[in-house]
Write a protein that binds this ligand. Sequence first.
Ligand SMILES: Cc1cc2nc3c(=O)[nH]c(=O)nc-3n(C[C@H](O)[C@H](O)[C@H](O)COP(=O)(O)O)c2cc1C
Length: 427
Amino acid sequence: MADRRRVRIAAQYNAEDPFEIWHPDLADELNTEDSFRKVAAVYREGLFDFYFQAETAALPMGEKGVPEFRVMGRLDNLVTQSYLASLYPDLGFVATINTGNNLPYDLARRLHTFDILTNGRSGWNVVLGGNPHAHVNHRPKAVREKDVDRYVLGLDIVHYVLQALGGEGVGPQHGFAHYDQPERLLPPNRQGAPFTIQAGDSGHSRDLATSYADGMYTHYSDEVNGPAFYKDIHDRLKHHGRQPDTFKIYSRLAILVGNSAEDALERHKSLLRYQLHDRQVRSYAEQIWGKRFAELDPEGPLPEESPTEGHVVKLGLSYGLYLDGPADKAVARLRRISAERGGAPLRETLIFAAGTHYIMGSPVEVATELRRLVDLRATDGFVIAPHSAPHWLEPFVRLVVPVLQDWGVYAKAYHDETLRERVLREC
Ligand SMILES: Cc1cc2nc3c(=O)[nH]c(=O)nc-3n(C[C@H](O)[C@H](O)[C@H](O)COP(=O)(O)O)c2cc1C
């Protein structure tokens, strides 16, 4: 069927709260060789397009230092994924790597090695930074995050790396602000430049990504925000003189597969307190309302009082995606989400208020929803953020993937191809 669109699936590990939890009955130790290896085995079994790893340039800092309740300490992507590629050679790998925290020649050399070790199935998720603490870990003293234009610097690094690796569509016409024009420094490899996607949201970021990348990584995939983002990106691609079909959008997604809709709901309820524990609920509520609460029951209703007048919420990605801005709007949004879910308590409301779209249900319900969103052109594919490792996505792989395969919208085997070719492959 000509109008059948492929459902693209990739998955992440490690993700972030509230969509990554550590519960002794559900997960092995986080950040052990064992957990990464088992996760990759599940992704390989599911014929996922790629194994995606996020990056933390600096530990998250609160007012009182590093909060002890966050999932943190992500491993180095290229080291971890190069090892996994030796175990699962036909899986694809996408590593998130910040632009301005790296020297471009060194980065080009590491990505070149990565592409060889993955047999051409490597990808770079380009992030431009913005974490005000990251420069301490990554840059000489003088180069603080707030002193650089991360878009100008980011585009310089991207052009340098892609030109050094022989990428198409990036050319000597780019005027470098921070570096000299690179030479073609490295021998050609199977894929040429790595497959690139860029994570970002602002107009600046979208414009940059559509000028050079193979795709974008976004939070949007719901039926309202997804199609708007999709159209905006396709318009920008046309503006850059590019063919939109050669560019793919992957959306971050949380998923819960149960034997039935009721079973999924029951499992969802049992997970809630591991997704956001009491101190996190309090911390988010206080940041949103702009006040301290003497009493706060995470299982109770939303605080009745109004937020502090003039307070502006600044939670940042991904929590702040729909909450950052005037506090009265954020609180109104929380009240709406709670009401739509029959008066959901504070903790559950906060989970659904996060930027990540959350799908739950029976295997057929989940498959139907994924296909519907792809057909709606809310996205081209999904990067699933699993709740726990390594077993979380087994029901997805064993029960949802076969449904998608029966419908002819999902691969039945891996082909010997580069990651770029895999991502562009249709049904
Ligand atoms: C879906 C998504 C995932 C992201 N993941 C990361 C990440 O793993 N590490 C990181 O440093 N930044 C991450 N970012 C933040 C980007 O680095 C940031 O959005 C980028 O600097 C562009 O900023 P802008 O969109 O506000 O212009 C992510 C952004 C999005 C939208």
